[in-house]
Write a protein that binds this ligand. Structure first.
Ligand code: KG4
Ligand code: ZN
Length: 357
């Protein structure tokens, strides 16, 4: 039987300071503490994340959050088996704060330190929430990344497609800004779209119907900008209709590209049984429903972690650390931060080329 393990995870790669404790034993996996301190109020006046403000805010909060997580779990540091932190990709200031905190705690407590790839943490969340077996197909859509990946094992990812310009979350955030809906744009667009008619405005679906699994969203953003500039100040019903059109266009593109990836996955990984979604955009209800329908048509199980585990959180870092710890994959205290850290370096080296036909 697998040994009982508990890992503390720290996430500071963007604008959320998050600390969690995850345990795993023969009785199952348990999130014993999971605290997210959002910096939204600090960044809102600027309409996006300001890296220096983010780093200072992480520094102000990380120690208190570690203490709060230990208290919530009712644990002492001595009872933790390892300390994990997001070491990249992300904003370097925040990554330094989180990894230095984790290394300091690991050193003081005499525990191993684990440098976690933030994207791997998103990718492995389907195993934390639903225990999905490898290999599975994953749509990873966040504020900084849009990728279709085969998750073949811990540290083993095959990139089928990625974005040629903006990430899906960026497309939500930038169009929400144009509509005056504020930051972060995804939840704001989803709320406004609930009241809107997606058919009133016609928006482009970049790359839809084309071969391959790559994404593109910049044409959509430009179309929304032109529409807004032409129409002048928008009334609330128009904003709702435009938000619904944006949500429908982004979901259409994501589902179309995922359908291509599903066909490829079925051919090359006949033992794969699941389609998973991860990252902040996977919190979107309409996207989840459409991916569930696609999976059902394709004979795959659909796994979407609860929205609170899709957006950035510490539990995913602790869990990725735990998966690595089980395999003996721990790091020295000299391990660097990696602001750029692709999951599939071979694909990243090929650039934004179409990967699969
Ligand atoms: O994974 P995440 O929390 O941070 C990154 O690693 O980027 O993703 C944040 C992104 C933002 O672009 C946000 O607008 C988007 O996820 N997002 C959503 C929703 N909730 C968050 N997009 C669409 N619908 C949502 N409900
Ligand atoms: Zn993220």
């Amino acid at each position: 039987m697998a040994r009982s393990l508990t890992v503390l995870g720290i996430e500071t790669s963007c604008d959320d300071t998050a600390v969690a404790i995850v345990g795993d034993d023969e009785a199952g996996t348990e999130i014993r503490a999971n605290i997210v301190q959002s910096q939204l109020a600090e960044h809102r006046p600027y309409g996006g994340v300001v890296p220096e403000i983010a780093a200072r805010a992480h520094l102000d909060h990380v120690d208190a959050l570690v203490c709060a997580a230990l208290a919530e779990a009712g644990m002492r540091l001595a009872e933790i088996d390892a300390v994990a932190a997001a070491a990249g990709p992300g904003l370097i200031g925040g990554l330094l704060v989180g990894t230095m905190a984790a290394k300091g705690i690991a050193w003081a407590a005499g525990k191993p330190y684990i440098a976690v790839n933030h994207l791997e943490a998103h990718a492995l969340t389907a195993r934390l929430s639903d225990g999905v077996a490898f290999p599975y197909l994953l749509l990873l859509v966040s504020g900084g990344h849009s990728q279709l990946l085969v998750c073949a094992g811990v540290g083993r990812f095959v990139e089928l497609g990625t974005t040629r310009d903006d990430a899906a979350g960026e497309a939500f955030d930038k169009t929400a800004k144009l509509l005056g809906l504020g930051y972060p744009g995804g939840p704001a667009i989803e709320r406004a779209a609930a009241e809107g008619d997606p058919s009133r405005y016609r928006l482009p679906r970049p790359l839809k119907g084309r071969s391959g699994c790559d994404f593109s969203f910049s044409g959509l953003k430009t179309a929304v900008r032109e529409l807004v500039e032409k129409s002048g100040p928008l009334a609330p019903p128009e904003i709702a209709d435009l938000a619904a059109a944006v949500e429908a266009a982004i979901c259409d593109v994501l589902v179309d590209r995922t359908a291509h990836a599903v066909a490829w996955f079925a051919r090359d990984y006949p033992d794969g049984k699941s389609l998973a979604a991860a990252g902040g955009v996977a919190a979107n209800g309409s996207l989840r429903r459409r991916l569930a329908a696609l999976a059902a048509e394709s004979g795959l199980a659909f796994v979407a972690p609860p929205p609170s585990l899709c957006t950035d959180n510490g539990a995913m870092i602790a869990w990725a650390g735990l998966e690595r710890l089980r395999l003996g994959l721990v790091d020295g205290l000299e391990a660097p931060v990696r602001p750029r850290w692709p999951l599939d370096p071979a694909a990243a080296a090929r650039g934004g080329e179409m990967r699969r036909r």
